[in-house]
Ligand binder design. Structure first.
Ligand SMILES: [Zn+2]
Length: 110
């Protein structure tokens, strides 16, 4: 992978990291003020909110892990089969850990 491409991915990951953090902070701020009484179904809304926060936290952990891999130059290698992940796939999902074939295999198993 060229240094330029790595820099681009690094920037992209940092951008996504900021975006997810913003979303998470917004969710937490809303959670702090308690359930919105104007909403028709406060209990459902609360449940969805928890699930959303959970997803952001997972995404953040994936992005952090990807940044860490990038720093130790282990980025772009499939953690499952050890083959390089295609640049196209990395462009689309920079935080991915596995190549397209392994990802498809996992999806088939799930
Ligand atoms: Zn693989």
């Amino acid at each position: 992978m060229s240094p330029t491409r790595m820099e681009q991915l690094f920037a992209k990951l940092n951008e996504r990291r900021l975006e997810v953090r913003r979303r998470l902070l917004a969710l937490e701020a809303r959670a702090d003020t308690g359930p919105d009484v104007d909403r028709a179904t406060p209990i459902d809304a609360q449940g969805v909110q928890g699930a959303l926060g959970e997803q952001e936290r997972r995404e953040l952990a994936e992005i952090d892990a990807a940044l860490e891999r990038l720093e130790r130059h282990a980025f772009g290698t499939c953690e499952s089969c050890g083959e390089p992940i295609s640049p196209k796939r990395l462009e689309a999902i920079p935080e991915t850990r596995v190549c397209l074939a392994c990802s498809a295999g996992m999806a088939a198993l799930a």
